[in-house]
Each structure stands twice: as C-alpha cells, then as structure tokens.
Design a protein around this ligand. Structure first.
Ligand code: SF4
Length: 63
C-alpha cells in the first residue's frame, strides 16, 4: 500500500494525477522510480517518461 504522506526528497514531481504523488507536496512517495523513453533515439527532455506513473483512481481526484 502506498503511503502518500511520505515525500521522497530525492524525487521532485508535480504530476498530481499520479497515484504515487505525495498528497500535499511536490514529491514522489515511492522509494525509487523507473525512468524510460518512448523514443528510439531520445534527444530532449520531453522524450523521457516516468515509467512508475500510475493513474490515480477517479474518486481520488476529488480529495
Ligand atoms: S511515480 Fe513518477 S509520475 Fe508518479 S509521482 Fe512518482 S515520480 Fe511522479
């Protein structure tokens, strides 16, 4: 179970619709994340993705 009160100060993140996002601060609540790419030959920041992203449950958006 994810503890969304935990803020991993090594992983700054503002993706608030991810279920791993800290509930009140701009940090991830996971110990580690996986970063990857959707490009065959990444050349810029937008080419990279957080592969640990998980969509927050719809009812959680109302919290
Ligand atoms: S899993 Fe990735 S997208 Fe989700 S809160 Fe953590 S760093 Fe952000």
């Amino acid at each position: 179970m994810i503890d969304n009160n935990y803020a991993n100060k090594c992983i700054v993140c503002n993706v608030t619709n991810c279920k791993n996002h800290n509930s009140s601060k701009n940090y991830c609540s996971l110990e580690t994340i996986r970063v990857g790419t959707h490009e065959p030959d990444p050349t810029a920041n937008p080419c990279t993705d957080c592969k640990s992203f998980e969509l927050k449950e719809p009812e959680s958006f109302l919290e």
